[in-house]
Design a protein around this ligand. Structure first.
Ligand code: ATP
Length: 298
C-alpha cells in the first residue's frame, strides 16, 4: 500500500516523502507507540486525526462514549464516511443503543484494538472527548497500558468564548442536517421511558423529549417557540459539556505527568472558509505532524 509518510530528519527539518509500506511489515519505529488526541467537544479532534492518519500509516480508535453506539450519527456528531478519507476506524458505532458500557469495557476493547493495529505495523490514534475513558486507559491500577506503550498526547485547545460560539453554530448545523427527525425516529422506535442509559444520554435526546410529547397539541407559533427553546437547551448543555471537558483536561495536565502537547486552535477557529483551512493547516496540522514525527522516529 502506498501512503504519504513523514520522516523526521535528524537535522531538525520535517519533510514529506512517499514510502511503500506493507501493512504486515513491522513499524519503522522501534517501540510500540500510540497517539492520543484530546480536546473539548467541537475543537476539531476528528479532523486532526484524519490529517495525521493520512500522513502516517495509522488507524483511528474512537474514545467518545456516545459515538461508540450505533445510530444517532447526527446527534453524536460522528465522522462521516467521506470525512474518514478511507482511514479505518474502530469502536465507532459498534454498540447496541441500550448497552451499558463502562470505562473498564472501554479499556479492554481499546487495549485489544491497539494491539491488533500495532501487529499490522500501523500507528493507533485514539481520539475522542471522553476523558474518563482516556484516564482509565492510561492510569489503570498497574499502569499496564503506559508500561507497554509510549504515548504521545496532543491537546487541541480553544478558548472558552470561541468554543461557545462554535458549539452554537455546530448545533444549528446539526439541526439543518436533520437532527430533529433523527431523534424523533429514534425515540419512537425505542419507546424511551428514561434517559439514564446507553445512547439515550446523548445531548440532544432528553432535551427534545417534551417537544415530541406535546408538539401535536400546539399551534404553529407555540410549536416553533418550544422547538427553539429545546434547541437552546441543547446548546447550553453542549457548552456545559465543553466546560467540564476542558476542566478535566486542565486537571490532568496539572496533576499527571503525561507530557501533553497543547495545540492552540483559538485563532484558527475564529476564521471562516479558505482562510480557516489555511490557518488550520499552519497552526494545527503542521505542528501536530512535527510532534508525531519526532515521537515516532526519534
Ligand atoms: P462524565 O464522567 O461526566 O461522564 P466523561 O469524560 O466520562 O465525563 P463525556 O464524554 O464527557 O464523558 O460525556 C459526558 C456526557 O456528555 C455523556 O454522558 C453524554 O450525555 C454527553 N456526551 C458526550 N459525548 C457526546 C456526544 N458525542 N454526543 C452527545 N452527547 C455526548
Amino acid at each position: 500500500m502506498e501512503i504519504s509518510m513523514l520522516i523526521y530528519n535528524q537535522t531538525s527539518s520535517v519533510e514529506i516523502t512517499r514510502h511503500r509500506i506493507d501493512r504486515l511489515s513491522p513499524p519503522l519505529w522501534q517501540r510500540e507507540k500510540v497517539v492520543i488526541i484530546m480536546g473539548a467537544t467541537g475543537t476539531g479532534k476528528s479532523r486532526l486525526s484524519i490529517d495525521l492518519a493520512t500522513r502516517f500509516p495509522a488507524e483511528v480508535i474512537n474514545s467518545d462514549k456516545m459515538q461508540m453506539y450505533e445510530g444517532l450519527d447526527i446527534v453524536t456528531n460522528k465522522i462521516t464516511e467521506e470525512e474518514k478519507c478511507g482511514v479505518p476506524h474502530h469502536l465507532l458505532g459498534v454498540l447496541d443503543p441500550d448497552t451499558n458500557f463502562t470505562a473498564t469495557n472501554f479499556c479492554d476493547m481499546a487495549s485489544l484494538t491497539t494491539e491488533s493495529i500495532l501487529s499490522q505495523g500501523q500507528l493507533p490514534i485514539i481520539v475522542g472527548g471522553s476523558n474518563s475513558y482516556i484516564e482509565a486507559l492510561v492510569e489503570d491500577e498497574d499502569f499496564r497500558f503506559r508500561s507497554k506503550y509510549d504515548c504521545c498526547f496532543l491537546w487541541i485547545d480553544v478558548s472558552m468564548p470561541v468554543l461557545h460560539s462554535l458549539v452554537s453554530d455546530r448545533v444549528d448545523r446539526m439541526v439543518d442536517n436533520g437532527m430533529i427527525g433523527e431523534v424523533r425516529k429514534f425515540v419512537e422506535a425505542n419507546k424511551i421511558a428514561d434517559y439514564t442509559g446507553g445512547v439515550r444520554r446523548a445531548i440532544g435526546v432528553p432535551e427534545l423529549d417534551w417537544y415530541f410529547r406535546v408538539e401535536k397539541f400546539l399551534d404553529e407559533e407555540n410549536r416553533v417557540k418550544l422547538l427553539q427553546e429545546s434547541i437552546q437547551e441543547i446548546k447550553n448543555n453542549t457548552c456545559k459539556l465543553a466546560c467540564r471537558q476542558l476542566e478535566k483536561i486542565h486537571r490532568i495536565k496539572n496533576n499527571k505527568k503525561w507530557g501533553m502537547h497543547r495545540i492552540d486552535a483559538t485563532q484558527v477557529l475564529h476564521k471562516r472558509g479558505k482562510e480557516a483551512d489555511e490557518a488550520w493547516e499552519e497552526q494545527v496540522t503542521t505542528p501536530s505532524t512535527a510532534i508525531v514525527a519526532q515521537f515516532l522516529y526519534n
